[in-house]
Design a protein around this ligand. Structure first.
Ligand code: ADP
Ligand code: MG
Length: 143
């Protein structure tokens, strides 16, 4: 399905509703150019999970763990990853098979190691005349 948002708050609220419904073992992959709203989405999603800490892109640490919500949230930003091997070095396997939910910004950069089934969230600025307009497509990917 595809939804359209007119401002950052609408993206936040939509992501929050997904965060409220997510289950342990779920993997949400965020795909979109710089500045499209992946981190805004992550912040709303985290609020939905019940995380009250401030959520920012974990650009320098690759993964940030938030334990304060209904279930653990593992928030990845893999923009600076060299290759997928590095993901296993930081324990990607354990996060994916853990008791929390994974949210991965720039997941297209590690497409070769994504799990069999995941939620693919693609965010696009499709209307160049409206800087705050986004098209967000949500699909179950993999097998
Ligand atoms: P990314 O993580 O994809 O690089 P960010 O979430 O950090 O992007 O930044 C997105 C920027 O775009 C924020 O400044 C946000 O306020 C702005 N923005 C404007 N409209 C929207 C929208 N509809 N959805 C999400 N963010 C939006
Ligand atoms: Mg970001």
């Amino acid at each position: 399905m595809t939804i359209e948002t007119r401002n950052a708050n609408e993206t936040y609220e939509y992501a929050k509703s997904l965060g409220q419904e997510c289950k342990p073992g779920d993997v949400f992959c965020l795909i979109g150019d710089l500045g499209t709203g992946k981190t805004v989405f992550a912040q709303g999603f985290a609020a939905g999970v019940g995380v009250t800490d401030t959520v920012n892109s974990p650009t320098f640490t690759i993964v940030q763990v938030y334990e304060g919500g209904r279930i653990p949230l593992y928030h990845f930003d893999v923009y600076r990853i060299g290759d997928s091997e590095e993901m296993f070095e930081i324990g990607f396997d354990e996060y994916i098979s853990g008791d929390g939910v994974c949210l991965i910004e720039w997941a297209d950069l590690i497409e070769d190691i994504l799990p069999k089934s995941y939620m693919k969230i693609t965010i696009e600025k499709d209307d160049l005349s409206d800087a705050d307009h986004r098209k967000i497509s949500v699909e179950r990917a993999g097998s």
